[in-house]
Write a protein that binds this ligand. Structure first.
Ligand code: SF4
Length: 378
């Protein structure tokens, strides 16, 4: 493989959302400069991993990359260009949150060569945004979207969520309708997943909020019909795009291709190994400033584990997995490993096969996790 992808982590947020268990901090603004110094050094330290490969996608995520001074994003992009060979057509995304973006920042992202923005909205109702701890109003989303368009972003994703506390089906339908009215090139909508240690989990434990799986399923069903009626291509369980605007970066993950993570706690997959940077901010900065690699937790995936990942990541894509690609990648017929599982799940109408492709059915989309777990053997 002569290309690879980069994920760059910016772990700073203005404040924490109630459902968030991402590695991100609020109130650590005084560490931003040192962090960026460490990150710039890490780009040099990780250079041998990239070798002569061309970078085909970059994703600057977080956290909230648009929260910090945009000069730092320009510094990162400059340093990446100086050290790596970026494909001229590389997809370069920045995650943006309404309430942290202005025209000056947006212009500097464009000047730095960033050509895709992913705007975290989640829903359009201010009462719900407040409830889940988002820092912005719907009005601020409108401003951010218009700013991005005004400076030339012609590839914008809007993130939505279903199953939020107090969110009704009507709220969700309204959010979709309003967002589609902006005509973004890409929409993603994920169901809420309560994570241990988050205020949301506390709300569930104390009975302040109860998950409603039936409602989430109804929302998902509505979503699939709605986006189709608006001409979006459903290409991954929770992701929808205008033709040609599928997220190339996320497809790298779902296709079990190589990527290198830069920044605090960032994960990498290279040479059949998974590893991540330290999650300790001080250690991350110190190691990099000393010229040392901050990677740890190296796990070499066995052939069995690679096959499992190929299956459950690949089946997230609506095009499913290719039987021929399996043969080419692993050197044996898929049925030798999973013949029984495939026939059982097919029997339950959760997957279907046509020609070279095995993919989830509509029912399979509702039970995707049980399909995935069938491909993980003890
Ligand atoms: S903006 Fe994103 S990363 Fe930051 S707290 Fe909210 S969900 Fe987490």
């Amino acid at each position: 493989m002569n290309s690879t992808s980069l994920y760059v982590h910016i772990p700073f947020c203005k404040s924490k959302c109630v459902y968030c268990d991402f590695l991100s901090y609020s109130g650590k603004e005084e560490e931003v400069k040192d962090y960026i110094h460490g990150l710039l050094r890490e780009i040099e330290i990780k250079k041998p991993l990239i070798k002569e490969k061309t970078i085909k996608t970059i994703y600057i995520g977080g956290g909230t990359p648009t929260y910090i001074d945009s000069i730092h994003i320009s510094e990162i992009m400059d340093h990446l260009r100086r050290n790596f060979n970026l494909d001229q057509k590389a997809e370069i995304t920045i995650e943006a949150n309404p309430g942290t973006l202005d025209i000056r920042k947006a212009e500097s992202y464009r000047a730095a060569g960033i050509n895709r923005a992913s705007l975290g909205l989640q829903c359009t109702q201010d009462r719900l945004l407040k409830k889940i701890g988002r820092i912005h109003t719907f009005r601020e989303f409108e401003d951010s979207f218009r700013i991005l368009r005004a400076v030339g972003f012609d590839n914008i994703n809007v993130d939505l969520m279903g199953g939020l506390p107090d969110q009704t089906l009507e709220d969700y339908m309204e959010s979709l309708e309003i967002v589609a009215g902006f005509d973004p090139e890409h929409i993603s909508s994920y169901g809420l997943i309560p994570e241990e240690g988050t205020p949301l989990m506390e709300m569930i434990k104390t009975g302040d909020f109860e998950l409603d799986e039936d409602l989430e399923r109804t929302m998902y069903d509505y979503l699939l019909n709605f986006v189709k009626s608006r001409g979006y291509l459903h290409y991954e369980i929770s992701n929808f795009a205008r033709k040609g605007y599928e997220s190339k970066h996320n497809l790298v993950y779902w296709s079990l291709e190589e990527y290198i993570g830069l920044g605090l706690g960032a994960h990498s997959f290279a040479g059949n190994k998974r590893f991540n940077n330290t999650t300790d901010m001080k250690r991350y900065i110190d190691l990099n400033l000393e010229g040392l690699d901050s990677s740890e937790n190296f796990i070499e995936l066995s052939s069995k584990e690679l096959k499992e990942e190929f299956m459950f990541l690949g089946l997230r894509k609506m095009e499913g997995i290719s039987v021929l690609e399996y043969q080419r990648k692993f050197g044996n017929d898929i049925n030798e490993d999973y013949g029984q599982e495939i026939s059982e799940i097919k029997g339950k109408m959760l997957i279907e096969q046509s020609g070279d492709r095995i993919r989830l059915t509509r029912t399979g989309l509702d039970f995707a996790n049980s399909v995935f777990s069938a491909f993980i053997k003890d």
